[in-house]
Design a protein. Structure first.
Length: 280
C-alpha cells in the first residue's frame, strides 16, 4: 500500500543552531524529540508540513496534537529551526505533533485560501497518524495561534473528534478583523478573491456560528497589548462560550504582545497543563 507521506526528512541542526535551540527551548527538547519535514497530499495537491514525536517511542502510544500556524501565504510559515523548537517541545511533553504550512506555501502546490479549502490541509493530516505506529488515534488535541486559531476553529466545525483546544491570540471574528483596516481589506481581497468576498469573510467568522463547535474544553490566551489581533477577539468568543455553556478558561496577559514573548514560560506551562488534563 502506498504511503500517505510523500516525503519525510528528519531536521538536523548544525552546532550553532543546536546551541540556540537549547538556549531557547531547553536541553530536554533537543534530547527527547525528533522533528521531520513532511509532504503529503491534500485534495490532490502536494502540501508541506511537519511531524514531531518523542525520541523514545518504543512500546508506547502518544496522543496527537494538530498545531496551526498564523500569517498568510509564506508570511508566518514555520522554518526548519523554529519547527525543531516549537514542535520538538510539544513532542518532548509526550505527544505526536502534526502541522501544515497550508497549500501554496513553503513550495507546496495550490493557493493559500485563509480558511477556505485549505482547511482540508489540516483535516488531511489526521489520516497520516495511521502510518505512525506509536500514535493513540483516539486522542486528538488542536492548537492554533493568530490566523491558526481561526483555522483551528474551522477544523473543529468540520471534525468533532478532538478532545480539547488551545487558542492563542486567535481570530474569532475574521470579518471585523479584515474590515477594520483598509490595508488588511486590500491584502485579503487579493488573496481570497473579490468574488463573494463578504460571503467568504462571513464563512470564516466563527463567532457567528460558535454553536456549531464541539463542546470540548477551550483554553483561550491573548496578550493585552496585542497590536496584531485585537484582544477583544478572544474576550468576545469567551463571552459566547459562556452563553453556550462551553468549558473554557480565559487568560489575558496584561502586557503581552502578539507573540507573548515576555510570557513564554507561563504560556508553555498553561498549554502543557491543558493538554495533560484533557488529552491524557
Amino acid at each position: 500500500m502506498a504511503s500517505k507521506f510523500l516525503e519525510r526528512t528528519e531536521i538536523k541542526l548544525n552546532d550553532s543552531q543546536t546551541k540556540m535551540l537549547i538556549g531557547g527551548w531547553g536541553k530536554e527538547v533537543y534530547e527527547n524529540s525528533i522533528v521531520e519535514k513532511i509532504a503529503y497530499f491534500s485534495d490532490g495537491l502536494k502540501v508541506k508540513g511537519y511531524l514531531a514525536y518523542p525520541k523514545n517511542s518504543n512500546n508506547k502510544k502518544f496522543p496527537c496534537i494538530i498545531w496551526n500556524r498564523g500569517g498568510y501565504e509564506n508570511k508566518g510559515a514555520i522554518d526548519r529551526f523554529t519547527a525543531r523548537g516549537i514542535f520538538g517541545q510539544i513532542a518532548s511533553w509526550g505527544y505526536v505533533v502534526l502541522a501544515s504550512q497550508y497549500r501554496g506555501n513553503d513550495g507546496g502546490e495550490g493557493k493559500d485560501e485563509i480558511g477556505g479549502a485549505d482547511v482540508n490541509d489540516i483535516l488531511n493530516l489526521i489520516p497520516l497518524a495511521e502510518e505512525i505506529p506509536f500514535t493513540d488515534k483516539d486522542k486528538w488535541g488542536i492548537e492554533g495561534w493568530s490566523r491558526g486559531g481561526m483555522m483551528a476553529y474551522l477544523t473543529l466545525v468540520n471534525n468533532n473528534n478532538f478532545k480539547c483546544a488551545v487558542l492563542v491570540g486567535a481570530i474569532s471574528n475574521f470579518k471585523d478583523y479584515v474590515e477594520s483596516s483598509d490595508n488588511r481589506n486590500l491584502i485579503y481581497k487579493k488573496i481570497i478573491g473579490e468574488k463573494d468576498f463578504k460571503k467568504k469573510l462571513e464563512e470564516r467568522t466563527i463567532i457567528n456560528f460558535a454553536d456549531k463547535l464541539p463542546k470540548i474544553p477551550y483554553l483561550l490566551i491573548h496578550g493585552g497589548n496585542d497590536e496584531t489581533i485585537p484582544t477583544l477577539q478572544t474576550i468576545k468568543i469567551a463571552k459566547k462560550f459562556y452563553e453556550l455553556g462551553f468549558t473554557h478558561h480565559l487568560v489575558i496577559l496584561e502586557d503581552g504582545d502578539h507573540f507573548l514573548k515576555k510570557h513564554k514560560k507561563e504560556v508553555d506551562e498553561m498549554r502543557r497543563n491543558w493538554f495533560e488534563k484533557y488529552l491524557r
